[in-house]
Design a protein around this ligand. Structure first.
Ligand SMILES: C[S@@+](CC[C@H](N)C(=O)[O-])C[C@H]1O[C@@H](n2cnc3c(N)ncnc32)[C@H](O)[C@@H]1O
Length: 241
């Protein structure tokens, strides 16, 4: 991806763009060399933005306000049987709406793994500015999980991208544009169950088939067109539904 700076960038933005350009998959372009018809990560005084031919995307909290309004009654939280202090590993961070919400409820830091480097950087910057206790890791969740000790998190959470055509909120436009659309499958689940002490939870679109293929212990259904939550209990931890 191209990296550039805004027209009124200072030395510090230039330095930041140059250091991003050292990461694999990024290349620095002076503004006059940018191909503005392709995706560009831009560093400005306001922070990072991702520009396309017709839009300028910035980090935003997404539908965090609706989650916060629902609080402990939110289906995601019920599916997790979340408790104050629980340590949550979010394997599909995106821009961090869920991670931010979960950190707020538990009062404990959430680790958020995001495979797309640009999204991970934008999430890290946005979440830092809101003061949320989310530690962002730029990695593939499979690789990250494989390096973790057994039973090292209370909850492991996965929210893979819904299939094209599913009703989704515009707040996910940027994530859908650049993020990974690969589903989470048995390989992810096996590692997630090893790492979780309490529960593994995965979101699926209403009417989807992803969950059935992974045989969850239970599915928490919400009124259509809202998503469903697959629940796997870690019985070794002495918990049951
Ligand atoms: C539907 S979005 C998640 C939205 C997120 N739950 C939120 O609250 O904003 C899925 C995200 O997971 C990322 N992703 C998909 N597969 C991944 C993997 N194996 N490892 C890390 N991130 C992954 C995608 O790049 C995308 O940003």
């Amino acid at each position: 991806m191209q990296v550039t700076v805004s027209g009124r960038a200072r030395e510090q933005e230039l330095r930041r763009a140059a250091s991003i350009a050292e990461l694999p998959g990024f290349e620095f372009r002076a503004r006059e060399q940018v191909d503005w018809t392709a995706q560009v990560l831009q560093v400005s005084r306001l922070g990072l933005s991702l520009k396309t031919a017709d839009r300028n995307y910035r980090w935003h909290p997404g539908l965090l306000h609706t989650r916060v309004e629902a609080g402990w009654a939110h289906p995601l939280v019920r599916a997790m049987a979340l408790r104050p202090g629980d340590r949550v590993l979010d394997c599909t961070l995106g821009l961090g709406t869920d991670a931010s919400f979960l950190a707020l409820l538990t009062g404990a830091p959430v680790i958020g793994v995001e495979v797309h480097t640009g999204l991970a950087m934008m999430a890290q910057e946005g979440l830092r500015n809101t003061g949320r206790a989310v530690r962002v890791v730029n990695a593939d969740a499979h690789t990250f999980l494989a390096g973790l000790p057994d039973r090292s998190f209370d909850i492991v959470w996965g929210d893979p991208m819904f299939p094209a055509g599913a009703a989704v909120t515009h707040s996910l436009d940027l994530v859908r544009l650049v993020g990974s659309h690969a589903p989470l499958g048995p390989r992810w689940l096996e590692q997630a169950l090893r790492v979780a002490r309490h529960r593994v939870v995965m979101r699926d679109v209403a009417g989807g088939t992803l969950l059935e293929r992974l045989s969850p212990d239970d599915i928490l259904r919400t009124p259509r067109p809202r998503p469903r939550y697959g629940i796997w209990c870690c019985r070794a931890a002495g918990t049951s539904l």
